[in-house]
Design a protein around this ligand. Sequence first.
Ligand code: FES
Length: 148
Amino acid sequence: MTELKINGQLTQLEVSEDMPLLWALRDVAKLTGSKYGCGKGICGACTVHIDGQPMRSCITPMSYAKGKSVTTIEGLSEQGDHPVQQAWQNLNVAQCGYCQSGQIMSAVALLENNPNPSDEDINGAMAGNICRCGTYPRIRAAIKQAAK
Ligand code: FES
């Protein structure tokens, strides 16, 4: 039994400590907003926040997440109306959409640390989130809109 906070709720999951957090979130906690892309820490589709920091849940074992506070895309807002989510909708950022929850979680973490990021700051913070559809210009525009 592993205890952690997920989206503000103390949660006990029946999982082994070497199970990746992404598996526990999707298959056990049934929170499927975080996506499986590469499974190797490369694409960023699985990005969640652990104690406020963006992390790849596919390569984070439950032994690390134990006792910590995890936020997934489901926990960002009640109605999908976090300012970053609203900017994403305003600018129709998503194309296929698969990578976008990870993109949004990285963008939220960026803006929490740096409320007025430059293009370089955005490029640096978002470099680990890959979008096969190439929505990068809209992602950058949405981050700037959310920063206002
Ligand atoms: Fe975790 Fe690609 S699925 S980084």
